[in-house]
Each structure stands twice: as C-alpha cells, then as structure tokens.
Design a protein around this ligand. Structure first.
Ligand code: CA
Length: 227
C-alpha cells in the first residue's frame, strides 16, 4: 500500500517489460549481435542491464573484455545492428494487465507518464496504437531526452520536472533492477513487477517497496495499493 505521506498525483511507467513484453526480444537481439562480434553477453545478463542506455551496456562489456570503452563508431554500429535485429522479430505484445491498470490509474484522475531508456521508434510509435489516448509526448522521457540512463536518477527526475511533480506526488512502476534503482535514487516510491526471469530478491534488493509477479497482479491489487 502506498504510504500516507504520498499525495499521489502521477504514476510513472517504464515501457519495456512493463507495457510491452519486449524483453525476450531485446535480450535475444543483444545476445546475438554481441556474439557475432565476439563479445560475451548472455540473454540472462541482458536482463540485468535492462534500462541502461545502449552505450552504457556496450561499454560495460568492452571494459570487461578489453579493458577500455568502445569507440563512438563501434557503439553506433552495434546499436544499429541490435535495433535492426530487434525490429526483424515479431512485434512485442502489450503486457497482459497493463491496459487495465492504465484505465484504473486514468479513472482515478492521476497523470500517467512514460519513462523509458528506449529509443526504439517502433515501440514508441506503437504506444498510441495499443494504449490510445493514454500517453502524451510532453509527458514522456525517452532515450532521446536524457544524458544518463537508468540506474541514474536523471530519467525519473526529468519526468518529475516535466510533469511539475514533487517526489512525494508520484510513484514508479518498474520491472528491471536498474530501473528500480533509478526510481529509488530519484527519491520516488517504486513498485516492482517481476515480468522476467530475474529472482525477486534482485528487485527487492534494488529497493522496490512492493513487488508483484505480473502487471495483471498489480492491476488486480490496485484498489488495495491506492485508496
Ligand atoms: Ca523495463
């Protein structure tokens, strides 16, 4: 249940793994592209990097393997390949329960914002198709807006600024450990939804105040979370 000191006005939604079941495709695309370039990134590890900018993820792998950052050109090429592969996969389905939860949040008169590290135009374009009338461009923070990706608090702090909200007027909905860390680092009450293969402990240790096994479970519990 959301603590009483929170005067809830806005709900900040992450996108991949929260609104769309896109993480299986992201992790597969990362794994394949990295492997093709002799770089070591398993699908499972890709889930742990979820939320980072592409450059951030690529540099972690480069540092581990070569002891140095990738060049700008290498980053751009890898990200381009990864995006191309990702876009060749079937379209990610909306996460079951997400539409229902968004309707409840909207009906409660709360502002809905999107905060994502993604720069995938394909998914951003599909938001309006699958969630019509919910997300407004001026209430979105994407990879195009921020310098620092999650787990840095910048994306969530920028969302508060864009929406004109204070820390104690919002909550965050996140599925990834780094996303949870970002919400917590921004000083916002963060709810985790474990929609992937990561153990619950990882999300709880990242600082999630509440944890649900799916968006459907979160939607079902909404009336007990927010009264
Ligand atoms: Ca996510």
């Amino acid at each position: 249940m959301i603590p009483e000191n929170i005067n809830l006005k806005a709900v900040l939604f992450d996108m991949d793994g929260v609104l769309f079941n896109s993480m299986p495709y992201h992790s597969k695309a990362w794994n394949e592209v990295m492997t093709n370039h002799g770089l070591d990134l398993s699908r499972e590890e890709a889930y742990l990097h979820e939320g980072r900018t592409a450059a951030g993820t690529i540099n972690i792998i480069y540092q581990r393997q070569y002891g140095k950052d990738a060049t700008q050109e290498e980053i751009e090429n890898l990200y381009k390949e990864k995006s191309k592969l990702f876009n060749s996969f079937p379209e990610a389905e909306p996460m079951p329960g997400a539409w229902e939860l968004l309707q409840k949040v909207k009906a409660a008169g709360l502002t809905i914002m999107l905060v994502t590290g993604s720069g995938q135009r394909s998914l951003l374009d599909r938001l309006d198709h699958h969630y019509p009338g919910i997300f407004k461009p001026e209430l979105m923070v994407t990879a195009y807006d921020v310098k620092h990706g999650k787990p840095h608090p910048e994306p969530y702090l920028m969302a508060l600024e864009k929406g004109g909200f204070k820390q104690d007027e919002a909550i965050v909905i996140e599925n990834a450990p780094l996303g949870v860390e970002a919400g917590v680092a921004a000083g916002i009450y963060t709810i985790g939804v474990n929609t992937g293969p990561i153990p619950d402990d990882v999300l709880l240790n990242a600082g999630a105040s509440e944890l649900y096994p799916s968006m459907q479970a979160l939607s079902d519990a909404w009336e007990t979370i927010y009264k």
